[in-house]
Design a protein around this ligand. Structure first.
Ligand code: HEC
Ligand code: HEC
Length: 266
């Protein structure tokens, strides 16, 4: 009995050992791989950064410091940029919001005056001042494989109260407005969520995971192609109008149809 059990253990020992070794090699390989890519990313960033930061500092002094201060500490006309992160700069400048022309309720979207390279330099400079949301990598906003239905659900719970159910935007209080989303790029949508411009809340990656964000981006990208519900667009005037419309006309039409069918059947 004892020896049988022992022999069993021995017979199983060899394959188990092989499996364990393979697993261990796998784990080690993955770990080493990760370290290698992390190091590669890190060095790439730091070598590019010191030049970028210097160039960005110069551009900032010329184009932004009149409002934000030479050290981006803020001024009477503009908030501090310490801690807003490279993502906020990339978002604000790549949508043409910054540099602001004249102080007003909300920075309008304008033609972009900086090249992509200059935007990266400005972002690197502000990002170097203090930790803040970094510019998302292309994998982070690659939305093609995301779940469209989940995106719709998340959009309706998190975004539609300001941006409307069709993403066409709407007025907020104090002269502010939530803009039309259909012109924003996937990167800008991601950046808007992690930086929360103006009245928009910040949706950190804890609140909405990267996959959640990709699903939302996919949903926004598909908005142009979506049919408008109920035949007429109504210009998507908002939940109140649409709700009223459904009540008055929609239910009226259903009652009418029911009566008509009833009459036909008889
Ligand atoms: C005329 C003044 C003015 C100039 C010039 C200006 N800004 Fe601004 N900036 C503002 C004001 C006011 C706000 C806050 C209102 C807003 O976000 O719409 C702001 C907001 C920002 C924000 C958002 C901060 C946050 O909390 O998310 C960033 C980033 C920014 N500016 C970057 C820049 C950069 C980079 C430049 C230069 C290319 C620049 N700004 C030039 C006035 C200015
Ligand atoms: C409380 C209202 C509010 C909510 C909720 C909100 N936003 Fe916004 N959003 C705004 C405002 C206001 C702006 C314009 C900010 C500015 O111009 O500085 C904005 C701007 C944007 C932009 C920039 C569009 C452009 O013009 O380039 C995007 C993209 C965006 N929001 C996406 C989202 C997404 C996605 C969600 C949900 C996860 C969301 N927002 C939730 C108010 C809101």
């Amino acid at each position: 009995m004892n020896s049988l059990a022992q022999r069993r253990r021995h017979r199983l020992a060899a394959p188990t050992l092989v499996l364990l070794t393979i697993a261990l090699i796998g784990v080690l390989y993955a770990a080493v791989g990760n370290v290698a890519t992390a190091a590669a990313d890190g060095t790439a960033n730091t070598t590019a950064n010191s030049e970028q930061i210097e160039a960005g500092k110069q551009l900032f002094a010329e184009g932004c410091s009149s409002c934000h201060g030479l050290g981006a500490q803020g001024g009477p006309e503009a908030p501090t940029l310490i801690g807003v992160g490279a993502a906020a700069v990339n978002f604000q400048v790549s949508t043409g919001r910054m540099p602001l022309a004249t102080p007003q309720a909300q920075a309008p979207v304008k033609p972009i005056i900086y090249t992509d390279e200059e935007i990266a330099q400005l972002a690197a400079f502000v990002g170097s001042l203090s930790p803040g949301p970094a510019i998302p990598t292309p994998e982070m906003f690659a939305y093609e494989d995301a779940d469209l239905a989940e995106g719709g659900e998340l959009f309706r719970t998190n975004c539609s109260q300001c941006h409307n159910f069709t993403g066409s935007g709407g007025a907020l209080s104090n002269g502010a407005y939530a803009p039309d989303l259909t012109k924003a790029t996937p990167q800008q949508i991601f950046e808007a969520m992690i930086t929360g411009p103006e009245n928009m809340p910040v949706f950190s990656n804890d609140t909405l995971t990267v996959e959640n964000k990709q699903a939302i981006i996919k949903y926004i990208q598909h908005m142009d192609e979506m049919p408008s519900y109920g035949g007429w667009g109504l210009g998507s005037l908002g939940p109140v109008t649409e709700g009223l419309f459904i009540w008055v006309i929609g239910i009226g039409a259903m009652v009418g149809a029911a009566i008509w069918i009833g009459a036909k059947v008889r």
